[in-house]
Write a protein that binds this ligand. Structure first.
Ligand code: COA
Length: 152
């Protein structure tokens, strides 16, 4: 399987939000989370405007549609600039062609540009394609306890 995305594919950080883009992102969300409701355009605008979030979109030039996305979060903490990759997803019809790798690579470059020395992400073990992808790109499993406090 090639790491190079096919010709006609662009990976860029979103700089504004439109109704069309919001609908395309909303179509991808259920493919990465069965419980999250699709985001509204206003919520996506909040992400695009945030200095701490970068929404990367993979776009098929020929079809003029979004085929994948991820969000890179960066913020300064006392020990440095923390970077986390969230909500990585490629449309089911477009998987296996290197789009996921292109998205993650773009996020790693941006995290380095922002001064982060490490990039963290989590992925359930059942997400086999995702876990393979991250390890192939150089992510190494850390031994740490991951906790969640649920607000309910
Ligand atoms: C994980 C995901 C983003 C990968 O996107 P992608 O564009 O397929 O990524 P790539 O093509 O760069 O590589 C993915 C790996 O999965 C394999 N793969 C993914 N989909 C495949 C498919 N439909 N058929 C065959 N192989 C597939 C690729 O061959 C590749 O394996 P390799 O690393 O052993 O070569 C995508 O599978 C996805 O959106 N999954 C559902 C959401 C998800 O799990 N997100 C991750 C959250 S942590």
């Amino acid at each position: 399987m090639s790491e190079e995305p096919g010709a006609g594919l662009d990976v860029d950080a979103a700089t504004d939000m439109t109704d069309k883009l919001a609908a395309e992102v909303a179509r991808l969300v259920p493919q990465v989370s069965s419980s999250a409701r699709p985001p509204t355009r206003a919520e996506l605008e909040e992400i695009v405007k945030s200095p701490h979030a970068t929404l990367f979109l993979a776009r098929d030039d020929q079809q003029d549609n979004v085929v994948g996305m991820l969000t890179l979060i960066t913020y300064r903490i006392p020990t440095g600039v923390h970077a986390v990759i969230e909500d990585v997803v490629v449309d089911a019809d477009a998987r296996g062609g290197g789009i996921g790798a292109a998205l993650v690579t773009a996020a790693l470059e941006e995290a380095a540009r922002r001064g982060s020395r490490n990039v963290d992400l989590t992925s359930r073990a059942t997400r086999e394609a995702a876990n393979r992808l991250y390890q192939r790109l150089g992510f190494v499993m850390r031994e740490t306890n991951v906790y969640r406090y649920s607000m309910q």
